[in-house]
Ligand binder design. Sequence first.
Ligand SMILES: [Zn+2]
Length: 297
Amino acid sequence: MEIVGFDRNNHTQEMIYRALLSGRFPHTVILEGGLPEERLDLAVKIASALLCRDNNTVPCGECHSCRKIEHRTHPDVLILKPEKKEGSKNETYFVDYIRQIRDNAFIIPHESDLKIFILQEAQIMNDQAQNAFLKILEEPPEYVIFILLASTKSVYLPTILSRASVFTLGGETREVKDTVSRERAEAAAEAVCLALGNRYELVMAAGVFDKDQKLLTATLPILGEIFSDTLRVKYSAYEGEPPELCRNLASKFSKRTLLRLADDVNILTEALRQNANLNLTLARLSSLFKSAETEQE
Ligand SMILES: [Zn+2]
């Protein structure tokens, strides 16, 4: 059997390819980083590869199963997203909703050997919902696979992470940072963080990236790490003593804003990877990070 459609020059996709090839794909997978659409595409590709009926090449794209997954009508591939409750301001995975997913997980698949739950924006799950979710992960039915799509894995409780295989998207640019000194990139990242919430200061801090795409490329992953660590502080999941910068950011911004900032970093990273014009990217940096201005706690 041949598995196709995965870019084997890409480390993350190669790891997923190997997991599929092993015939023992993990019950719980977290796809973090990259863009939301990229995460969903990859999850759908995984589901197709797992459920394809072709004997030679999977996913074949033509069998009954592949076509149903493509049209999002496969009864055993459930693509879910956070819900908005009456009276609540924001969409989230509420505990009740997680319980519904759990009940559904115990209903055997309709027409396949597996039942695959793809949870989009799965970073929007509070501790209570995560604990409810953990109950399914502890003893999942043999046929169930959960694919959590999240901007960052840092929001998850260690108990969830210990049961999941994590695949990180958009990591390719991280290698580039060796060409710029780590100290310069760290200083630039810190300056951006200190300026968050004040557009004038942010424009000044982002000035160092003018005509210096390499520095920006090296700085974005560091910003990503800072926001991840800050979210860990926010979710009381940081082990040890967090850096002062992260403590400050955690006290200044809401979880929602911090998640959005982590997403913004992914969007910018992706834009640079696709060789977007540097000036446009810089303009986006200040407009994306604008969310920090309006949502300070
Ligand atoms: Zn197929």
